[in-house]
Every structure is written in structure tokens, then in C-alpha cells.
Design a protein around this ligand. Structure first.
Ligand SMILES: NC(=O)c1ccc[n+]([C@@H]2O[C@H](COP(=O)([O-])OP(=O)(O)OC[C@H]3O[C@@H](n4cnc5c(N)ncnc54)[C@H](OP(=O)(O)O)[C@@H]3O)[C@@H](O)[C@H]2O)c1
Length: 304
């Protein structure tokens, strides 16, 4: 009997056999959580991956980006680089916008000039976070913080300046190469008997290793458009934390609190439910359940 991830890999392998042509893909944000796993996945598929990050290539430098893409002549560009410090973005607005909007504009223009496909990674934060319904890909946008506004501006820059553009919105990201909520919870559980975690923000975690499988399949197609691609299933941050403790065998008690009792510099959306309809309609597999992804992730962390 195949586990969820094995089934997911099998479907991906079949689609790779059908489209196993030679490709060269640039991956920005190569030293970040997602970029790292995308490069690993491309290499596992035998696809040539060119990873870039600071300081070698600053995406806010239009000339450098243009020259780099023209020299490499890639078939695709998976754009994972971003300014991702959500709270700091409220005080570093200019820097955040320069990376997420202007940097993306530079990447999109370079891709267009070289007739190269672009995947821009975006976020649930482009939506208002109001209500309890799922956001469709074309639901109205109304970011509640500066990071979300800058990522929305990046979406517009990507789609208006590159014809071969995919936009993939994700949320609550965790991966082996970087800091994230899971690692923070594990670290705090070493010294705390109790942890207060918000229980009124609902969304879906995204495991970069699973997302990388989808992105590497997607870049080979011409099914341009907007997608939502988190792991399957919903939870609150408190439920996510409780599952981390359970699976990691930690005794720390998770105390659920309302967002109003846990102030952050940037406002967070309460509702991050996102519809996967466009994945289904275009024949892409949904990612495995978040609990399954978390269990595999904790297994990998244990081996490190
Ligand atoms: N993390 C989340 O929870 C989350 C949720 C929704 C969507 N996303 C989106 O998912 C994507 C990947 O996120 P992630 O968690 O993998 O991010 P990450 O770990 O923060 O990696 C982003 C990478 O981009 C680099 N970068 C920053 N400014 C740059 C510049 N001017 N030029 C070139 N590279 C630059 C960063 O370098 P430095 O570290 O040196 O700055 C870092 O290596 C991003 O588009 C993000 O907006 C993330």
C-alpha cells in the first residue's frame, strides 16, 4: 500500500516521463526554504537547475537580472526570492516593495525578452482574510499588511509583463532550509511547559518539498494562470502547534488564544482558506495532507 507522498510522487513521475524533454531552469531565492527544495527536485529529475541568490544576483538590479537571464537562456524561471519578513516589512516598506514588486518586474521583463516561462510564488496575504469562505483565485484582493500588498504588486508585475506566467499562492511555509513555525515550536518546547498560540486564524501549511514536486511539473506545461497550492486540509495555528507537539512526542501544552490577545506588528489574515479548483481543472495533483507532510518533515529533521 502506497503512502500519500508515494502516490503523489508516482503521478509526478508519470507526467515527467510524458514530458521528459531537456530543460534549463533558473531558481531565484536558492538559499531560502522553497528555492532549496525546488533545486533539489529539479536535480532529482535530471533537469538543469541554475540557483541564484544574494549576493551573487540582486533581483532589484534590472541590468544584472536582464544580463543574467539573457546569458543563461533558460526555458523557465521559478521565482522564489522575496522579502519575507512580514513584521519588519511594516517599517522597511521601501526595501520590501523594491524586492517583491520591482525585483519581480525585473524578472518578468527578462523572462519575456527571452521567451522564458515564469512561476511567481505568491501568498494568501493578497486576500483580505475576512469571512469563512474559501478564496477563489480571482476573488477580490485586499491585503491587510504591507508584505501582502507588495506580493500583490509582484503578481501584477509578473502577469502584466510576462506572457508565459504562472502565479502560485501558498501559505504557512515550512522546509528544511530555513526558519519556520515548526522549528520555532520545537525550539520553544525544549524550555517551556506551555505555549500560547493563536486559534482564530485558519489556513493550510505548505511543505516546500511537496510544493517543489508540483512546481517542477507545472513549469513543463503551458497551463499558465493562477493557482493555490498548499498542503491539503485546514487548521488553526494552535491546532498546527498541537500536532507538532504530538508527532514530536513533546509534553508542552498548547494554550489557544485569540489574535486580539497576541499582538503582532503586522496584521495577519484570520481566513486563509484558498480554493484548489484551478489545480483540479488543469489536471495537477493536489499536495498531500498537511499532517502527512508534517510527519515526513519531522522525520527529516530528526535525521539532521
Ligand atoms: N515563508 C512563508 O510562510 C511564505 C508564505 C507564503 C508565501 N511565501 C512566498 O514563498 C516564496 C518563498 O518563501 P521562502 O519561505 O522560501 O523565503 P525565504 O526562505 O525567506 O527565501 C527567500 C530568499 O530570497 C532572497 N532574497 C531576498 N532579497 C533578495 C534580492 N534583492 N535579490 C535576490 N534574492 C533575494 C533571500 O535572501 P536573504 O535571506 O539574504 O534576504 C532568501 O534567500 C516567497 O515568494 C514568499 O513570499 C512564503
Amino acid at each position: 500500500m502506497l503512502c500519500e507522498r508515494e502516490k503523489y510522487d508516482k503521478i509526478s513521475e508519470e507526467s515527467n516521463r510524458k514530458t521528459g524533454d531537456d530543460m534549463k531552469i533558473i531558481v531565484s531565492g536558492a538559499k531560502g526554504q522553497l528555492g532549496y527544495d525546488v533545486i533539489k527536485r529539479l536535480e532529482a529529475l535530471g533537469i538543469q537547475a541554475v540557483g541564484v541568490d544574494l549576493p551573487e544576483l540582486d533581483i532589484t538590479d534590472a541590468d544584472a537580472v536582464g544580463a543574467f537571464v539573457s546569458r543563461e537562456k533558460p526555458d523557465g524561471f521559478i521565482h522564489c526570492a522575496a522579502y519575507t519578513a512580514v513584521d519588519a516589512a511594516e517599517t522597511e516598506k521601501e526595501l520590501c516593495s523594491s524586492v517583491n514588486e520591482k525585483g519581480t518586474l525585473n524578472v518578468a521583463r527578462a523572462c519575456q525578452k527571452n521567451a522564458c516561462k515564469l512561476i511567481y510564488i505568491s501568498t494568501d496575504y493578497v486576500f483580505s482574510g475576512e469571512g469563512e469562505e474559501e478564496f477563489e483565485t480571482d476573488s477580490p484582493k485586499a491585503p491587510c499588511n504591507h508584505y501582502g500588498a507588495s506580493k500583490l504588486a509582484g503578481e501584477i508585475a509578473a502577469s502584466e509583463n510576462c506572457d508565459k506566467c504562472f502565479i502560485v499562492r501558498i501559505s504557512w511555509v515550512f522546509g528544511v532550509n530555513g526558519k519556520n513555525f515548526v522549528r520555532t515550536m520545537l525550539r520553544l518546547s525544549e524550555t517551556k511547559d506551555e505555549l500560547t498560540v493563536v486559534c482564530d486564524q485558519v489556513g493550510s501549511p505548505t511543505y516546500t518539498e511537496d510544493l517543489a514536486v508540483l512546481l517542477c511539473d507545472m513549469i513543463k506545461t503551458e497551463k499558465y494562470g493562477v493557482y493555490h497550492a498548499t498542503n491539503e486540509g485546514l487548521c488553526t495555528w494552535a491546532e498546527f502547534a498541537a500536532e507538532i507537539m504530538r508527532l514530536a512526542g513533546r509534553k508542552t501544552k498548547i494554550i489557544p488564544v485569540a489574535s486580539s490577545e497576541y499582538k503582532t506588528v503586522a496584521v495577519r489574515p484570520l481566513n486563509s482558506r484558498m480554493s484548489k479548483k484551478s489545480l483540479d481543472e488543469n489536471g495537477f495533483s493536489r499536495l498531500p495532507a498537511w499532517q502527512d507532510a508534517l510527519e515526513r518533515y519531522l522525520g527529516i529533521l530528526n535525521e539532521c
